[in-house]
Ligand binder design. Structure first.
Ligand SMILES: Cc1cc2nc3c(=O)[nH]c(=O)nc-3n(C[C@H](O)[C@H](O)[C@H](O)COP(=O)(O)OP(=O)(O)OC[C@H]3O[C@@H](n4cnc5c(N)ncnc54)[C@H](O)[C@@H]3O)c2cc1C
Length: 434
């Protein structure tokens, strides 16, 4: 892993500069007893603790750094319904009758996020403006047709935007067409994570920072979780470490491949430019294929432009240069503004291209693998992990561990795909049929 992305210091991100302020969580010191120990204070861990509290179960959260330090405080802030993968195609379960409840559940994942924010008064610049999937080329159109076919069941609807409408909404002629999904939107990611942490604290959940879990072992009929200066005795464990998963649970890291995603962000755009860039003000993600970018304006009209990281995962000004070049190709006006922030993080890619809820051992569960779609899906996963612990079942199927074969060679595969994607992206022909 690259030191830029795993240093315990906060990244030099727009979100770190503008998030609601929160006191540091103290380290765990000494022994603590609780029903559930949650490892990792991102959306997965914090949403789990919150849902456990709502189910009447006590928990503590132990975090290597501080709440929101991982992807939950670094992402693009785009709230997407569902996953990129297609139910029944890439998203398969052994029991095919499980898929309908899963589709219905994930179709409502955005609403879960906005509902939590409203119910708990979390200040995080949340806006349910909808979002646009931007399409260029025939492969993108085919993917969207399949996506609509597979995901839009049980009343969920999206609108197709033709070339003229997508250009009006986004302020660029770059795309052939688009899909508008009114359920999506955006938020300030670190403020959302800190808001969830604050609500956990208000519900009596202790949140410990600077407390890396170094060992998990059986203790009588339960478990003992050790950090350098303290320990948690508990009946159950939830692991929510996603792209930052270490070796604390054997072979858990082999369920995913961490892939760097980088973001570059501007200072607030001058009014005359802001009106021309994404006039519809919704977040935009490109269809998979090539090196898809994602971008949006934040509340103060800063352009936040992200995409797949460099092969070596660094995230300095040089490494984000390709992102800025692409942003300027789409919006030539951005050539004259100051790009003030560059940062990145590790997205957790799973070979199944969907999140995994895994039962690792008796009363030990992990939820991870959002493939870059974690705001809604990790929040949802927290509710499912809460159910799994409280009732031993959930709507998402609880799966057995299945480490990726030849895991250590996968980063090489990603590097090759990144290089190939960069070429495809640059030379992709436009669709003729729109
Ligand atoms: C650059 C970037 C852009 C993205 N953009 C979007 C987007 O626009 N929309 C979207 O929906 N998703 C996006 N994602 C994905 C999304 O951010 C993640 O899927 C989501 O935040 C995952 O949440 P999490 O809680 O599972 O993991 P994380 O937020 O990464 O939290 C895991 C935590 O576990 C902790 N940890 C690890 N090991 C230990 C240990 N041994 N002991 C204690 N703690 C430990 C880490 O310190 C970390 O804080 C993006 C990701 C990146 C990197």
């Amino acid at each position: 892993m690259n030191p830029d992305l795993v240093s315990s210091a906060w990244p030099d991100s727009l979100w770190q500069a503008t998030a609601v302020v929160m006191d540091d969580s103290p380290p765990l010191a000494g022994p603590v007893e609780t029903e559930v120990c949650v490892v990792g204070a991102g959306y997965t861990g914090l949403s789990s603790a919150l849902h456990l509290a709502e189910a009447g179960l006590s928990s503590v959260v132990v975090e290597r750094n501080q709440p929101g330090w991982g992807c939950s405080g670094r992402n693009g802030g785009q709230i997407h319904p569902n996953a990129k993968s297609l139910p029944g195609v890439t998203w398969r379960y052994p029991e095919s009758d499980r898929i309908d409840p899963v589709i219905r559940l994930t179709n409502a994942a955005c609403d879960l996020v906005f509902d939590l924010i409203r119910r708990h008064h979390i200040p995080c610049e949340a806006s349910q403006s909808g979002y646009v999937m931007a399409i260029r080329g025939d492969a993108g159109r085919r993917y969207i047709e399949q996506w609509i076919d597979r995901w839009c069941v049980a009343g969920s609807q999206v609108d197709m935007l033709d070339r003229r409408r997508v250009a009006e909404a986004l302020g660029t002629e770059h795309y052939d067409c688009g899909m508008f999904d009114a359920r999506g939107g955006s938020l300030q990611p670190l403020s959302y994570a800190r808001g969830l942490a604050r609500v956990c604290l208000e519900r009596g959940v202790a949140v410990y920072g600077n407390s890396p879990v170094v060992r998990i072992a059986r203790a009588g009929s339960g478990w003992r979780v050790d950090t350098p200066r303290g320990s948690v005795s508990c009946k159950s464990i939830v692991i929510g470490t996603n792209g930052y998963t270490d070796s604390v649970w054997p072979h858990l890291r082999q369920h995913l491949v961490p892939v760097a995603s980088l973001i570059s962000a501007t200072e607030p755009l001058p009014d005359r430019i802001a009106g021309q860039v994404i006039p519809g003000r919704m977040p935009v993600a490109e269809t998979p294929g090539g090196i898809p970018s994602y971008f949006r304006l934040d509340e103060r009209n800063r352009m936040v432009f992200g995409g797949r990281g460099t092969i070596f995962g660094r995230c300095g000004k040089l490494d984000t240069a390709a992102l800025r070049r692409k942003a300027i190709r789409l919006y030539p006006q951005l050539a004259e503004v100051t790009w003030a922030y560059d940062w990145g993080g590790y997205v957790a890619i799973t070979p199944q291209q969907r999140p995994l809820l895994i039962r690792l051992d008796r009363n030990v569960y992990a939820g991870l693998g959002y493939n870059g779609r974690g705001i809604a899906m990790a929040t949802l996963m927290g509710s499912q992990l809460g159910l799994a612990v409280a009732e031993g079942k959930a709507v998402l199927p609880i799966e057995a561990p299945s480490p990726v074969p030849l895991h250590r060679f996968h980063p090489l595969g990603i590097a090759v795909r990144t290089a190939k994607g960069e070429l495809t992206d640059r030379f992709r022909p436009r669709s003729t049929d729109v």
